[in-house]
Design a protein around this ligand. Structure first.
Ligand SMILES: C[S@@+](CC[C@H](N)C(=O)[O-])C[C@H]1O[C@@H](n2cnc3c(N)ncnc32)[C@H](O)[C@@H]1O
Length: 248
């Protein structure tokens, strides 16, 4: 249900320009681990292009042809080689193993069913070389924030951006939290003064609560060995914004 959202790859990059501590973290992990790198749900390559520029051999897999095309365009512009693969992280077979596999920026939360998560983790396990690590980051669900998802359309000032073709773009979001599925169902509206709602796209994101995360990764034969609560590697705690998980 989130494909239309990601079909706007250029606008995605204007809204979420990337960079910052998340890129630094994954870049450092890839360097520390050494060898080859696989990112699942790589999008437009916010993390993978900098990692490839450090000389790592990189493969990026994503569902969206539009996100991959933008990733490839940016990599070529920067003279960086990455193998971009269109595929589904729920089940994939690249026919080789990697030293470092990661899923960044809540991409994992596009898998809503437990069986899809288990199948994704099983696929990852088959792609881990001896001694390899798998790292993922997802938000730490706050019941207060989830309860705020009341379906009312509101402007998110922090997401507004300038599109060189259109001018100032404002972003409104209306979200409902489906507690039985643990899924937040959102509709995003992008508007300019001249073109109200020129994009209306839905996006659905599951919550993974802290106690279920180790159980879910274990369904795929993986083991959670470390969990940080932010990009500075502070240990995970109840008020941490993130679950930054290292698995073997
Ligand atoms: C929030 S974006 C994150 C992109 C990138 N990881 C980053 O850090 O900027 C989520 C990405 O996951 C991809 N995605 C969603 N479901 C997927 C699936 N089942 N298999 C592969 N990619 C998927 C989307 O197409 C999108 O590019």
């Amino acid at each position: 249900m989130s494909e239309a959202f990601y079909s706007q790859a250029r606008l995605y990059d204007l809204m979420f320009p990337g960079g910052g501590p998340a890129v630094d973290f994954y870049r450092a992990e890839a360097l520390r681990q050494g060898g080859s790198v696989l990112e699942l749900g790589c999008g437009t390559g916010h993390k993978l292009i900098p990692i490839a520029s450090d000389g790592r051999s990189c493969v990026g897999l994503d569902f969206s042809a539009e996100m991959l095309a933008e990733a490839q365009r940016k990599a070529e512009e920067r003279g960086v080689t990455v193998e971009w693969v269109q595929g589904d992280m729920r089940a994939f077979d690249l026919g080789r193993t990697f030293d470092f596999v990661f899923i960044a920026a809540n991409s994992l939360l596009h898998l809503h069913e437990t069986e899809d998560l288990a199948s994704c983790f099983r696929s990852i396990r088959r792609h881990l070389a001896p001694g390899a690590r798998f790292v993922l980051d997802v938000f730490n669900p706050s019941v207060c924030l989830l309860a705020d998802a009341d379906g009312v359309r509101r402007t998110r000032e922090s997401l507004s951006f300038v599109d060189p073709d259109r001018g100032n773009v404002s972003v409104d979001v209306a979200e409902i939290y489906d507690a039985s599925a643990q899924v937040t169902r959102g509709t995003w509206y992008l508007s300019t003064d001249a073109e109200p709602d020129f994009v209306v796209a839905s996006i659905e994101i599951r919550s993974i609560f802290p106690q279920e995360l180790p159980l879910l990764v274990s369904l795929g034969g993986l083991r959670l060995v470390e969990r940080f609560g932010d990009w500075t590697r502070r240990p995970f705690a109840r008020d941490s914004p993130l679950q930054l998980c290292v698995c073997e």
